[in-house]
Ligand binder design. Sequence first.
Ligand SMILES: Cc1cc2nc3c(=O)[nH]c(=O)nc-3n(C[C@H](O)[C@H](O)[C@H](O)COP(=O)(O)O)c2cc1C
Length: 165
Amino acid sequence: MNEILQALVKRRSIRRFTSEKVTREQIETILEAGRFAPSGKNSQPWRFIVVESDERRAELAKLVPQKGMVAAAPVTLAVLLDHDAGYDELKDAQGIGAAIENILLAVHALGLGACWMGVARDEAIETLVEAREGEELMAIIPIGHPAESPTGSPRRPLPEIVRFI
Ligand SMILES: Cc1cc2nc3c(=O)[nH]c(=O)nc-3n(C[C@H](O)[C@H](O)[C@H](O)COP(=O)(O)O)c2cc1C
């Protein structure tokens, strides 16, 4: 099967990480994937904050429901929506989703693991990551070397979710 198609099917959320670091080069590759996502009017309303210092990661872990996952990940991305760059709340959010999926696929392609966490619109985290005026938290993505290989993640069969007309 084509590598991209295989990655789409094989990618899984990874919630447990080893202590091995993620390199700066890997982080840049992942961010490039996010940067090339499609967005309405090509507005590119996403902003990415790389939370990598031990101190900030520990503080961030205290502010999320799944503390262990964020504490263990050597790096966590905060994905923000810059409302000054965007033009339509719904379409901006859709573009952010596309960027996050690109990021997840790049992580997978590098043999790393990540989990899209729906931690959003959280003022305490926005302050911690030094979000600027007009920027709103949309998600956080802990990234690291996988310490698990989840397989079960069932999907609804096509006939249940598709209609041909
Ligand atoms: C918008 C969104 C929010 C999510 N939030 C969380 C979360 O807060 N915590 C978590 O463990 N997984 C979260 N997930 C991951 C989903 O649980 C996961 O993608 C889904 O169960 C399918 O599993 P898979 O990613 O392994 O294919 C989120 C996914 C999306 C798209």
